[in-house]
Write a protein that binds this ligand. Structure first.
Ligand code: ZN
Length: 195
Protein backbone atom coordinates (compact mmCIF):
# COMPACT_ATOMS: atom_id res chain seq x y z
CA UNK A 1 0.00 0.00 0.00
CA UNK A 2 2.77 2.41 0.93
CA UNK A 3 4.63 1.75 -2.29
CA UNK A 4 1.48 2.02 -4.31
CA UNK A 5 0.58 5.35 -2.75
CA UNK A 6 4.09 6.58 -3.30
CA UNK A 7 3.81 5.68 -6.96
CA UNK A 8 0.40 7.23 -7.17
CA UNK A 9 1.55 10.52 -5.71
CA UNK A 10 4.78 11.35 -7.41
CA UNK A 11 5.55 14.93 -6.46
CA UNK A 12 6.69 15.63 -10.00
CA UNK A 13 3.10 15.41 -11.15
CA UNK A 14 1.90 18.95 -11.41
CA UNK A 15 -1.79 19.69 -11.24
CA UNK A 16 -3.43 19.14 -14.57
CA UNK A 17 -0.38 17.69 -16.27
CA UNK A 18 -0.71 14.79 -18.65
CA UNK A 19 -3.57 13.94 -20.97
CA UNK A 20 -7.07 14.37 -19.61
CA UNK A 21 -9.20 11.33 -18.92
CA UNK A 22 -11.86 10.67 -21.51
CA UNK A 23 -15.44 9.96 -20.56
CA UNK A 24 -15.14 6.34 -21.65
CA UNK A 25 -12.22 5.73 -19.31
CA UNK A 26 -14.09 7.42 -16.45
CA UNK A 27 -17.17 5.31 -17.13
CA UNK A 28 -15.02 2.16 -17.16
CA UNK A 29 -13.46 3.22 -13.88
CA UNK A 30 -16.85 3.76 -12.29
CA UNK A 31 -18.09 0.44 -13.58
CA UNK A 32 -15.01 -1.28 -12.25
CA UNK A 33 -13.94 -2.40 -15.72
CA UNK A 34 -10.59 -0.68 -15.51
CA UNK A 35 -7.74 -2.64 -14.02
CA UNK A 36 -4.08 -2.57 -13.17
CA UNK A 37 -1.89 0.15 -14.55
CA UNK A 38 -4.68 1.94 -16.41
CA UNK A 39 -6.66 2.32 -13.20
CA UNK A 40 -3.61 3.55 -11.31
CA UNK A 41 -2.73 6.00 -14.04
CA UNK A 42 -6.23 7.39 -14.12
CA UNK A 43 -6.49 7.69 -10.33
CA UNK A 44 -3.16 9.47 -10.31
CA UNK A 45 -4.39 11.92 -12.90
CA UNK A 46 -7.65 12.43 -11.03
CA UNK A 47 -5.75 13.28 -7.90
CA UNK A 48 -3.90 15.99 -9.75
CA UNK A 49 -6.47 17.32 -12.15
CA UNK A 50 -9.37 19.33 -10.81
CA UNK A 51 -11.14 19.24 -14.14
CA UNK A 52 -11.30 15.46 -14.52
CA UNK A 53 -11.93 14.98 -10.83
CA UNK A 54 -14.97 17.21 -11.05
CA UNK A 55 -16.28 15.33 -14.09
CA UNK A 56 -15.88 12.05 -12.25
CA UNK A 57 -17.54 13.48 -9.16
CA UNK A 58 -20.52 14.68 -11.19
CA UNK A 59 -20.74 11.35 -12.99
CA UNK A 60 -20.74 9.46 -9.71
CA UNK A 61 -23.49 11.75 -8.41
CA UNK A 62 -25.55 10.91 -11.49
CA UNK A 63 -25.08 7.21 -10.83
CA UNK A 64 -26.17 7.60 -7.23
CA UNK A 65 -29.05 9.92 -8.05
CA UNK A 66 -30.78 7.46 -10.37
CA UNK A 67 -34.05 6.38 -8.75
CA UNK A 68 -34.23 2.74 -7.79
CA UNK A 69 -37.49 2.21 -9.68
CA UNK A 70 -35.86 3.22 -12.96
CA UNK A 71 -36.27 0.72 -15.81
CA UNK A 72 -32.63 -0.32 -15.37
CA UNK A 73 -31.78 -0.03 -11.69
CA UNK A 74 -28.09 0.03 -10.87
CA UNK A 75 -26.96 -3.42 -9.81
CA UNK A 76 -25.74 -3.63 -6.23
CA UNK A 77 -22.17 -4.40 -7.30
CA UNK A 78 -22.02 -1.19 -9.27
CA UNK A 79 -23.07 0.87 -6.25
CA UNK A 80 -20.43 -0.91 -4.19
CA UNK A 81 -17.81 -0.14 -6.81
CA UNK A 82 -18.75 3.53 -6.79
CA UNK A 83 -18.53 3.73 -3.03
CA UNK A 84 -15.17 2.00 -2.99
CA UNK A 85 -13.95 4.27 -5.74
CA UNK A 86 -15.16 7.39 -3.95
CA UNK A 87 -13.34 6.23 -0.84
CA UNK A 88 -10.09 5.55 -2.65
CA UNK A 89 -10.19 8.94 -4.36
CA UNK A 90 -10.99 10.70 -1.11
CA UNK A 91 -7.97 8.95 0.41
CA UNK A 92 -5.70 9.98 -2.45
CA UNK A 93 -6.97 13.52 -2.22
CA UNK A 94 -6.41 13.67 1.52
CA UNK A 95 -2.85 12.47 1.27
CA UNK A 96 -2.16 14.24 -1.99
CA UNK A 97 -1.87 17.72 -0.55
CA UNK A 98 -2.99 20.43 -2.93
CA UNK A 99 -6.25 18.77 -3.74
CA UNK A 100 -7.28 18.75 -0.12
CA UNK A 101 -8.90 22.00 -1.17
CA UNK A 102 -11.07 20.10 -3.57
CA UNK A 103 -12.12 17.63 -0.95
CA UNK A 104 -13.12 20.43 1.39
CA UNK A 105 -15.00 22.04 -1.46
CA UNK A 106 -17.68 19.38 -0.99
CA UNK A 107 -18.62 21.05 2.26
CA UNK A 108 -17.69 24.67 1.74
CA UNK A 109 -16.37 27.13 -0.78
CA UNK A 110 -12.62 27.24 -1.04
CA UNK A 111 -10.52 30.26 -0.14
CA UNK A 112 -7.17 29.05 -1.37
CA UNK A 113 -6.24 27.58 -4.75
CA UNK A 114 -3.05 26.67 -6.53
CA UNK A 115 -3.28 25.82 -10.20
CA UNK A 116 -1.36 25.82 -13.45
CA UNK A 117 -1.78 29.04 -15.36
CA UNK A 118 -3.15 27.87 -18.70
CA UNK A 119 -4.00 29.92 -21.76
CA UNK A 120 -7.57 30.53 -20.65
CA UNK A 121 -6.36 32.10 -17.41
CA UNK A 122 -3.53 33.94 -19.14
CA UNK A 123 -6.03 35.61 -21.47
CA UNK A 124 -7.80 37.08 -18.46
CA UNK A 125 -4.53 38.07 -16.80
CA UNK A 126 -3.37 39.85 -19.95
CA UNK A 127 -6.53 41.87 -20.49
CA UNK A 128 -4.70 44.80 -18.95
CA UNK A 129 -1.82 45.30 -16.52
CA UNK A 130 -3.79 46.78 -13.64
CA UNK A 131 -2.65 45.49 -10.29
CA UNK A 132 -6.21 45.72 -9.05
CA UNK A 133 -9.29 44.55 -10.86
CA UNK A 134 -12.69 45.82 -9.95
CA UNK A 135 -14.29 45.19 -13.35
CA UNK A 136 -17.23 42.97 -12.51
CA UNK A 137 -17.33 41.26 -15.89
CA UNK A 138 -13.67 40.33 -15.78
CA UNK A 139 -13.96 39.01 -12.23
CA UNK A 140 -17.05 37.01 -13.12
CA UNK A 141 -15.21 35.52 -16.10
CA UNK A 142 -12.28 34.63 -13.86
CA UNK A 143 -14.54 32.93 -11.32
CA UNK A 144 -16.37 30.99 -14.01
CA UNK A 145 -13.06 29.68 -15.39
CA UNK A 146 -12.13 28.51 -11.89
CA UNK A 147 -15.51 26.85 -11.48
CA UNK A 148 -15.11 25.14 -14.82
CA UNK A 149 -11.83 23.69 -13.58
CA UNK A 150 -13.60 22.30 -10.54
CA UNK A 151 -12.68 24.95 -7.99
CA UNK A 152 -15.75 26.20 -6.16
CA UNK A 153 -14.26 29.39 -4.83
CA UNK A 154 -15.72 31.84 -2.39
CA UNK A 155 -16.97 34.84 -4.33
CA UNK A 156 -15.02 38.06 -4.38
CA UNK A 157 -15.51 41.53 -5.80
CA UNK A 158 -11.93 42.66 -6.14
CA UNK A 159 -8.66 41.14 -7.31
CA UNK A 160 -5.22 42.23 -6.18
CA UNK A 161 -2.06 41.07 -7.96
CA UNK A 162 1.22 40.83 -6.11
CA UNK A 163 3.03 42.06 -9.22
CA UNK A 164 2.19 42.84 -12.84
CA UNK A 165 1.83 39.83 -15.09
CA UNK A 166 3.67 39.61 -18.38
CA UNK A 167 3.46 36.65 -20.73
CA UNK A 168 6.57 34.51 -20.91
CA UNK A 169 7.84 34.91 -24.46
CA UNK A 170 9.00 31.37 -25.17
CA UNK A 171 6.42 28.62 -25.54
CA UNK A 172 9.08 26.39 -24.00
CA UNK A 173 9.22 28.59 -20.94
CA UNK A 174 8.55 27.06 -17.54
CA UNK A 175 4.96 26.45 -16.53
CA UNK A 176 3.53 29.00 -14.18
CA UNK A 177 1.49 28.36 -11.08
CA UNK A 178 -1.24 30.72 -10.02
CA UNK A 179 -1.80 31.03 -6.29
CA UNK A 180 -5.12 32.48 -5.21
CA UNK A 181 -6.03 33.42 -1.67
CA UNK A 182 -9.44 34.84 -0.95
CA UNK A 183 -9.87 36.99 2.11
CA UNK A 184 -13.03 38.96 2.78
CA UNK A 185 -14.10 40.28 -0.60
CA UNK A 186 -10.64 40.23 -2.15
CA UNK A 187 -8.76 37.59 -4.12
CA UNK A 188 -4.98 37.92 -3.84
CA UNK A 189 -3.13 36.56 -6.87
CA UNK A 190 0.46 35.51 -7.03
CA UNK A 191 2.14 33.84 -10.01
CA UNK A 192 5.28 31.78 -9.71
CA UNK A 193 7.23 29.50 -11.99
CA UNK A 194 6.46 25.84 -11.42
CA UNK A 195 9.31 23.99 -9.73
ZN1 ZN B 1 -7.54 15.97 -16.44
Amino acid sequence: MGKWLHNALKPTDIAGSGPHADMEALACLIEGKLGGDERKKLLRHLNRCGQCYEILHETMKDFNAEPSDAPNPIPWWKTRTIQALAASIALLVLIGGPLVYQFQARQSLITSVELILDQELKDIMLENDNLQWTNEKRIRRFISVLNKKGYRVKLFGRVVLSKPYYQVKSIFGPEEVLHIRIDDDVAYLDIKEAQ
